[in-house]
Design a protein around this ligand. Structure first.
Ligand code: ADP
Length: 169
């Protein structure tokens, strides 16, 4: 049976840290579904719309054949069941990510006992990288192009500069 993994997140916007997790997951699983969660904690506070985030991810993952991009509003455990997914993939940057991720993993396991959560250690060079950091640095006039996928960097920077983003991750 095809081993499907789901990689959920806000991706507001996608960074090279996210892309690294996506590429590494695509080597481990037959298929990886990246899911932009539209009700995910930060409801109504994202800088990029669900459609924009989905489209940006599609553009920078187009060359990875076993990756799909989707968006979802609802329970991740239900979505995973619907897609016959074996695992949820999460990237871990630091101990600070752990507590919340561990709680989510245990909750998802209760809701769907067939579902495993796989934690992937962030690349050491991406430990500091977050969507909110990119928004803050760009707002203060810094060059964020090294931190975002090249195919989409112009569009991301244009949008962040146009709104003078002050919104949080
Ligand atoms: P969330 O709203 O869950 O924080 P994010 O879009 O910030 O969504 O992150 C989605 C996933 O990617 C999470 O599992 C997060 O830990 C992981 N992640 C975020 N930034 C990085 C990075 N620089 N390196 C590796 N994993 C990351």
């Amino acid at each position: 049976m095809e081993k499907i993994a789901i990689y959920p997140g806000s991706f507001d916007p996608i960074t090279i840290g996210h892309l690294d997790i996506i590429k590494r997951s695509a080597k481990l699983f037959d298929k990886v579904i990246i899911v932009v969660m539209s009700n995910y904690r930060k409801v109504n506070s994202t800088t990029f719309s669900v459609e924009e985030r989905t489209e940006l991810i599609k553009r920078c993952t187009a060359d990875i054949p076993n990756v799909e991009v989707d968006s979802y509003m609802g329970l991740l455990a239900e979505y995973a069941k619907k897609k016959n997914a074996a695992a949820i993939v999460k990237g871990l940057r630091a101990v600070s990510d752990f507590e919340d991720e561990f709680q989510q993993a245990l909750t998802n396991k209760k809701l769907n006992s067939e579902l495993e959560t796989v934690f992937m250690a962030a690349n050491a060079e991406h430990m500091f990288l977050s969507s909110s950091m990119i928004k803050q640095v760009c707002q203060l006039g810094g060059d964020v192009s090294p931190f975002i996928p090249a195919e989409i960097s112009v569009d991301i920077i244009k949008k962040l500069q146009s709104i003078g983003s002050s919104k949080d991750d």
